[in-house]
Write a protein that binds this ligand. Sequence first.
Ligand code: PLP
Length: 707
Amino acid sequence: MEKQTKYGGLDAFKIIAALLVVAIHTSPLTTYSPDGDFLLTRSLARVAVPFFFMVTGHFVLGGVLEGEQPVSSLWRQVKKILLLYLIAVILYIPVGIYAGHYQDLTPLSALRLLVFDGTFYHLWYFPACATGLLLVYLLSRVLRGWGLMAVTVLLYFIGLFGDSYYGLSAALPPLAAAYEAGFQVFSFTRNGLFMAPIFLLLGARLGRKPSSVPAAVNGIGLVLSLILLSAEAFALRHFDLQRHDSMYLLLPVVMVFLYRLLLDWKIQVPVACRTLSTWVYILHPAMIVVIRGFAGAVGLTALLVENSLIHYLAVCALAFLAAGVVTWFLSRRHPPQPSRSRAWIEVDRAALAHNVTALQALLPPGRQLMPALKANAYGHGALPVARELARLGVTAFCVACLEEGVQLRKGGLKGEILILGYTHPDQFPLLRRYKLTQTIVDFPYAAQLNQFGKTLPVHLAVDTGMHRLGEPSHHLEQICQIFAMKHLDIRGIYTHLCTADGTTPQDRAYVQRQVQAFSQLLEELKNRGLPLPKVHLQASHGLLNYPHLPGNYARVGIALYGLLSSYGDLTAVEADLRPVLSLHARVSTVKPLSPGSAAGYGLAFVAQRPTQVAVVTIGYGDGLPRSLSGGQVLIHGQRAPIIGRICMDQTLVDVTDLPAVQAGDQVTLIGTAGGETITAYDLARQGDTITNEILSRLGPRLERIVI
Ligand SMILES: *Cc1c(COP(=O)(O)O)cnc(C)c1O
């Protein structure tokens, strides 16, 4: 079963919180000690629901408030919460009817149930979560930092005086009247308006930064604040002030200590526990009904219902069983994705963001990046990279071919997507359907596109000396004719430099000639009164070596991924770029070779000494160059040589000098482990190629994980 350690404490407490919620609804200790039960269920167990709010705030709201995640991710989660709510509402219709909850229901009271109170006594949590998320997000648009926190505290106080401190409000007639008016709209103030926001925000804040407070301080703080909270609860009961008992003055304080402790709690918990607690929460009231019904039918009411503790345990057992079945059923419908199991790529989101900022800093104001997402974003995974870039504010992208553009659109990418290569006329309808921008590769192609008869957005490629795609820049007449074509919506004109990465005088002179030819063409078009579309001519090396060239876009590829094409490429401006990709695999087995025995295809490796050979789960079928035989990998933060010939799916590594390598161990082929680093440059040099090729050949069989 998949284990998870990072938030193990939170996952473990979800189970505890579920047990506490069941306790709140079954009062397990009443048979033995009513006061003991009050302590457990009316004070201590009140941490459960705020805890669930905080987890939601942590994972759903945190990134959005920091601007690290798009608002769309918040809407997605709200939709999920509402969907779950809908399922629960439907599930509880029969139980509610049986319990007589929905007698004399008016449209207005139904609305009130749906929006605030929940259609069954525990279901208020879901609309409260959605409302709270919405409210905090909207507040965060106008308030930041402590201001935002202060408003949620204020809301909490309003809730508090309608909940366990209501006796005080009731003593002040105007206040009592205000609350009574409120209670026309919702039955309790522990809802999405007054209770959820503070805990959602606390979760969002506490989840962001590791706590600098030692665990001992949090532990002592938790114990003390829980004692005070219990005292508060007993005092409020004693003075008969409580209208309800969900909200206490000390509850937010308790929650801060508790949450910090849980974040520090390193425990391994099966991932399935996360969904389990949700379903225990949803299902346990139904299980209470089932147990009561069953006990009545078989004459066990005295045992199963009247003994509060046995009743509680029976409800817990049944609720966990039912939740387990639902969780199992759902996990069968969505089998867990294999994660880091064989060979995978990790995409470093922070490095990508860093490179975007570094490259944007080189651009004059008004000029934008048009990242190249071709070849699966240079092996990084086009869709995850595109989403990340969109989140960073990038709105124009380029790809090599139609299929790549379609794949991005299907993944939901908005903005301009320019196809840099040729698209066959049979596929022109797809250009339209997926709103892709086609490159005009030359004059005859422009005529073909125009004949399609429906207006298409295009960029015109101009050949200024690379002699690859583009209408030659001196063909002024043809180019003007292209501009006159009725069905072409020419939004851009561009050229490509072929020696921008070179540093010799010849290379530089050639760039100047290309730039000159391009500017001259633009000048002539302008003189003819043609409206000039967007202009672009730099790729990565063009930007880094000639940052001052004019244009509206820079089509950056390799630099965005944190590399230059070759190690030691000198560039005019020094951009601080960080590699985005790392490549990993696993050891599948380790076997000894005695001196003189050989291994792999063609027995290319012959052991000179007693040798330990690790078989690693990656090969040229994943894009590892076969010429890498003789290269190195990292295991346990140490270098180990690749031996023999690289196979399609596997690679042999000599681990004789590494202690205790075992099956399952992680192997790094590109990236850092311990203090050692292997870069894409190392692989490129070994394979006598450039980093672009190494990266873009990394295959679809590799799992891609954004970290
Ligand atoms: C691939 C490509 C780019 C991006 O190149 P990098 O050198 O990786 O930045 C830009 N423009 C065109 C036309 C390309 O084909």
